[in-house]
Design a protein around this ligand. Sequence first.
Ligand code: C2E
Ligand code: CA
Ligand code: CA
Length: 564
Amino acid sequence: MAERFPRSFSARRKILIVDDELINCEILSAILENDYDISFAHNGKDALELLTSTDSEFSLIMLDLMMPVMDGDAFLEQKKLIPSLRDIPVIVLTSETKKEVESLRHGATDFIKKPYESPEIIQARVERIIENYESTRTIRDTSADLATGLYTKEYFDHFAKEILKNHPQGDFDMVVIYLTNFTIAEELAGPIAMSKALHEVGEYLRDEARKFGGITTRSSQEAFLFLGEHRESYDEFFHGLVDMLTAEFGASRLRMKLGIYPHIDMNSKLPEMCARAFDAFEAIRNDSVAKVNYYDAKLHEANVLHERLLQCFENSLQNQEFKVFFQPKYSIEGDEPRLAGAEALVRWAHPEFGMISPGVFIPLFEKYGYIRSLDRFVYEKTAEMISRLKKELGVELPISCNVSRVDIFDPNLCDVICSLVQKYGFEPKLLHLEVTETVYSENTIELIAKTAHLREMGFEIEMDDFGSGYSSLNMLSSLPFDVLKIDTGFVRNMFESDKNLRILHSIIDLAKFLEVRTVAEGVENKEQLDKLKEFGCDLIQGYYFSKPLPEEDFFARVKGELVS
Ligand code: C2E
Ligand code: CA
Ligand code: CA
């Protein structure tokens, strides 16, 4: 017989034949022994002893009903009481039709009539029953998340759909319970305490699901999903959970936030329902105060817009709706500020929505994997500009591009920009790559290797948004970069306190110590400029000198200022 269920272990399935008549045992054995390992017992009692004393798992029991010591019925009664045996299927072997029905009632799976039918029928029946048993067992084994005892996401999906289908007039909420400090809490409390905490959360949610006719699952390491009847308030739910964990773990407790999609639209699909609950959570993920958030009309509008933007991305790229602007950087070392570089910044001139800021679409494209093609477009436009300035004006002006976090780990990045440099014929040092500070602190080792390689190829690296992330000063000295861009936040708030001024000054001193140049971004007035000059900042980028300019305006500006 063909192996229909390939198994990771090679053992053949085991069948136990329980019959006091040797001849019956021999006939069945002859039919099945080519495909299965057969064991025998001659009454119910021996069978139970054999089944409970061995480690090996039986896939099927074939049971005679009339036997001495313990008959088939008594065996079935006993078997039901032993958890490890309860689910093993039983085929009853009998000649009495009345008995067959009774034994099915007692838990037998099927019966085979004596005298035996053709060997093929018996083989087919045995095979089918074992297959069924194994597939239900697979379902049972995988339907629960081990840490919490809750349904896996797959089963949650299945049952949630059933619940919604069976209650088309129902009013339900989808809730995500997100453990915001999972990794740190696990590090602090240790894996044992953490698994206990997860278990408690699972218990709590299961109770709630029972009370409110819902269902719950752990959908990822940090997130639980809960589908239940609509509630006006989740205060009690949230505080119940928090109190339970605080009682259990005290100060080191897990922190969490809720994202709620209330009154779910019964016509939408389940993944969409879950996504909306997640959107509600995402909107408060970085908020230090908000703990519970609802998916509302505003979020919905933003979602619809995002959806539209994603849909038209490819077309927009082809139709040249994306425009690369250039914001000049001025050197303030000498007496007069001098145009000394620029940053390429993308804009989307959308035919319907007008000019869209990168703050809206960059994070979206990063999330959905479109950023790579957009960034490549910007690299190309930048290379084109560098080469045009050189060829038409004889000016060698470095221009920087933003390298998104997805891109920096693209193994082809280096090839892509190297071939641009060749195609447009200029020195790599004119193309600067801005990498945001948070990427450095997330993936330090890989990033060091990557940026070091890019520098070896001659490109300059600018660490963008310095001060917005958490790079330690220690780490800073081992990171390969050429320019430090001070985050706009420092400049914006520099005059708010003496402390702010001192921090800004120290950052510039630190850069000098590390022998890298500094760029201050977001400089909007002369007061800021003068102070930065006094502190020894090298370059200034900001509205004070210029907003980001369209291609032609930028070209004209360079021509006007650098070509006499
Ligand atoms: P960023 O790299 O930190 O860029 C600086 C942002 O500050 C730009 O916003 C710029 O227009 C703005 N800015 C410059 N001077 C001033 C000023 O004096 N005052 C104020 N209030 N703002 C100023 P923008 O162009 O909206 O870009 C936002 C962010 O989007 C950028 O932040 C960057 O992270 C990302 N981005 C922009 N273009 C691209 C791109 O082509 N590729 C990638 N991957 N990201 C981009
Ligand atoms: Ca930048
Ligand atoms: Ca920046």
